[in-house]
Ligand binder design. Structure first.
Ligand code: KG4
Ligand code: ZN
Length: 342
């Protein structure tokens, strides 16, 4: 089955063609980062307008690259939520209308299911069951995944998402948006141990996260060391190191607990923050020490992309699921309410 996937939930237009027989045939991404950078974050109306400009050209591009005509498509998948309402509506309108015109089954995909299944695009992807740590700009969730389409939320952030915390700390350090990769790069030249930041919610039981206290702690540290409006470059790097280390250690502790809680020893990380090398390194070490294993997507498939949507849509379409003619845009959508697959 050849499926076209369209992702427009936030600030990247992603389009891909996935074939259940041959794998990923083509994948194209247009990032709006430079458009939003001057505002220090995503401006929803500008995002929607830019998706309108890019979605159709990207569809043509991936079809060309895949060597497919529109008539070769067997199914269509678009991101139906969660995300920005206007941005979602662009992909949903194009996807649903194209699916209807071509007379092919069409499905609205949950963005976080896309992220969660992205590691399965890799050659040696994880087997089921597993525990997933979803860490993106909008979500931090621990999910038990007995099989594809079955998701049980066992922990989540009570306030900021992990990526959001990285982005806000980046702003405090004067780094551009989106800040996660910049904080990570700066942390590489940080002095281990100069600052020791708290590991939030780790000294009481439970699998939930909270990053707002850590954010305030970081802000206070920045303020304490700012002299005449200036923060020394080495101090900036040392703060980046301490912040990243605190986030990573917190996640390691919670993931170890999730192993105990679920009895599973296979961990999948996905979403933008899963691109973080320190997180991968420390979680891989923990999983190995527990006799388990860690899986993550390739770098291109950690942040938003069309391939994960084409893949997740393909799995559901293969199982006989499809939507009616409604154009679905669900800014809020609980992952646990998705229909099971198979
Ligand atoms: O999954 P994603 O592309 O978008 C959402 O669904 O939200 O995640 C974007 C987030 C941003 O907050 C970005 O700063 C963060 O992922 N991110 C990182 C890294 N790369 C991206 N955070 C920490 N370290 C990284 N290397
Ligand atoms: Zn995402």
């Amino acid at each position: 089955m050849i499926v076209l996937g369209i992702e427009t939930s936030c600030d990247e237009t992603g389009v891909a063609v996935y074939d259940s027989e041959r794998g990923l045939l083509a994948d194209a991404l247009y990032s709006q980062v430079t458009l939003h950078q001057q505002y220090g974050g995503v401006v929803p109306e500008l995002a929607s307008r830019d998706h309108i400009r890019k979605t159709l050209p990207l569809i043509r591009e991936v079809l060309d690259e895949a060597g497919c005509a529109l008539g070769d498509l067997d199914g269509l998948a678009y991101t139906a939520g969660p995300g920005l309402a206007g941005a979602l509506l662009v992909g949903a309108s194009v996807g649903r209308s194209l699916g209807m015109t071509l007379g092919i089954p069409t499905i609205g995909v949950h963005h976080m299911e896309g992220h969660l299944l992205a590691p399965l695009l890799e050659a040696n992807g994880p087997e089921f069951p597993f525990v997933a740590l979803l860490v993106s700009g909008g979500h931090t969730q621990l999910v038990e995944v007995p099989q594809i389409g079955s998701y049980k939320l066992i922990g989540e952030s009570l306030d900021d998402a992990a990526g959001e915390a990285f982005d806000k700390v980046a702003k405090m350090l004067g780094l551009p948006y989106p800040g996660g990769p910049h904080v990570a790069r700066l942390a590489e030249s940080g002095t281990p141990g100069r600052f020791d930041f708290p590991r939030p919610m780790t000294n009481r039981p439970g699998l939930d996260f909270s990053f707002s206290g850590l954010k305030t702690y970081t802000l206070n540290t920045v303020a304490e060391h700012t002299v005449d409006g200036l923060l020394n470059e080495q101090t900036k790097a040392d703060i980046a190191w301490a912040f990243q280390e605190a986030v990573v250690d917190t996640m390691v502790i919670k993931c170890r607990r999730a192993f105990e809680h679920s009895g599973m020893k296979r961990l999948v990380i996905a979403g933008g923050v899963s691109a973080n090398m320190r997180l991968r390194e420390k979680l891989a070490h923990m999983a190995k020490a527990e006799g388990g294993e860690l899986h993550y997507p390739g770098f291109a498939f950690c942040t938003d992309n069309g391939a994960m949507i084409a893949y997740a849509g393909c799995m559901r379409l293969l199982a006989g699921q499809q939507d009616d003619l409604s154009i679905l845009a669900r800014p809020r959508w609980n992952l646990e309410t998705l229909p099971k697959v198979g």
